[in-house]
Ligand binder design. Structure first.
Ligand SMILES: [Zn+2]
Length: 401
């Protein structure tokens, strides 16, 4: 027996309105969204006559937007639900990640409970997709992965996720290869890494191992690259080279990518166009301390740019409120995305893409996944951080306020 729902009085943006060259609002239409077994099966202009066949949910003429995506977080690291602790002093990345294990082990709340707290925090802000890096290396084995999978098993109908097998202590440095290999047969579906140049001291061998496992398991790659200067540039060049060699187009992402700042003139233009050509994504947590890569320039070169919260109250950062729109606002401020059109298009950085095209973004055949908000338009939702009122994932109510 199939489940039929009818979300009545749902508003969709279909065109810009206002002065001809300077839109200030959007034109909206109302539709009644029929959902069968999690998919959109009709967008009715009038409430159907046989309406009693459906469970009806009145959206109350609120704006409907796509659900949000968290593309970079660490579900295994959060200290949510535990008493306040600022981060401890650390003079290097190595000290930080060595101390982290002891710090996490000392917490009185289990990883499962902390991960669930983070999932629920982000869900309240409209997120129904998580890409989370999970530490996988000899010091912790697959234990963080197992516990994260356990936490996620409670949200089967409410979200989608990708877990990145993340050898945080260095693929080579910590001899993580066999652990990452196992993790990819054990629930992780993306391979990660961190600073193969500076941490592993051998960018070629480190990335060769990463691609070897990616090809073996047929999974995408998402590498943390904080390295700047010669190290950062060499890493980016090698990633481009290996992506071509393995025909891994569309399956490689660089998180942080601070080193992209350091390419100059013709090489800068060439590298950015190669990133676009090889469909290598850049995922940023929008740092405000000057290291952020030139995200708008990258987009103008055709590179897909996405945002993630990254650290949310963990051993690396005492900050973070689990609201991905906070990162989007920061991105809009830093890159001066302030017009109606720019703010609307910015929503694509934290969704699967959003544009005003003349018809509702939600189409027949798509998953019935969306959020609702009292914002008058997507631009207001972004700029003013208007809260969501409901979040629906494949027809299931995830959150309602
Ligand atoms: Zn990270």
């Amino acid at each position: 027996m199939s489940t039929k729902l009818l979300f009545t009085n749902a508003c969709f943006e279909v065109a810009y309105s206002g002065p001809e060259h300077y839109p200030t609002q959007t034109k909206k239409i109302t539709r009644h969204v029929e959902v069968t077994d999690g998919h959109v099966t009709a967008l009715h202009e009038m409430i159907p006559l046989h309406q009693h066949d459906y469970t009806q949910i009145d959206v109350g003429h609120q704006l409907v937007l796509p659900t949000l995506k968290e593309r970079h977080c660490h579900l295994d690291k959060s200290k949510l639900l535990t008493p306040w602790q600022p981060i401890t002093p650390a003079d290097s990345l190595v000290t930080r990640f060595t101390n982290e294990i002891t710090e996490l082990n000392q917490l009185e709340v289990s990883l499962v409970e902390r991960a669930k707290a983070l999932i629920e925090l982000e869900m309240q802000h409209g997120v129904t997709f998580f890409r989370s890096h999970i530490d996988v290396h000899p010091a912790v084995g697959l234990s963080y992965l197992d516990q994260t999978l356990l936490a996620l098993s409670e949200y089967k109908d409410k979200l989608a996720y990708e877990l990145v097998a993340f050898p945080q202590h260095g693929m080579l440095r910590s001899q993580a290869f066999s652990f990452v290999d196992q993790a990819l047969s054990h629930g992780a579906t993306v391979i990660g890494g961190v600073d193969p140049y500076s941490l592993d001291q051998d960018v070629e061998r480190s990335l060769a191992q990463t691609f070897e496992l990616a090809i073996k398991h047929h999974v995408p790659i998402d590498i943390h690259v904080h390295d700047r200067g010669i190290a950062g540039k060499a890493t980016v060049r090698e990633l481009i080279r290996l992506t071509k060699e393995a025909s891994w187009q569309g399956k490689v992402a660089i998180s942080h990518a601070f080193g992209l700042n350091d390419f100059e003139q013709e090489e800068r233009e060439y590298v950015f166009s190669e990133l676009a050509k090889e469909k290598i994504q850049v995922i940023s947590s929008v740092p405000i301390d000057g290291v952020i890569p030139p995200l708008m320039e990258l987009q103008n070169a055709g590179v897909d740019v996405f945002l993630g919260c990254d650290n949310i109250y963990d051993s690396w950062s005492p900050f973070g409120d689990g609201d991905i729109t906070e990162k989007l606002v920061r991105y809009c401020e830093l890159f001066r995305q302030t017009s109606q059109i720019e703010l609307t298009n910015a929503l694509s950085r934290i969704t699967d893409g959003y544009q005003i095209t003349g018809s509702p973004f939600l189409q027949v055949g798509m998953d019935a996944s969306f959020i609702t908000t009292k914002a008058s338009c997507a631009a207001e939702f972004v700029a003013r951080k208007v809260p969501i009122t409901t979040s629906v994932y494949r027809g299931n109510l995830v959150y309602s306020h």
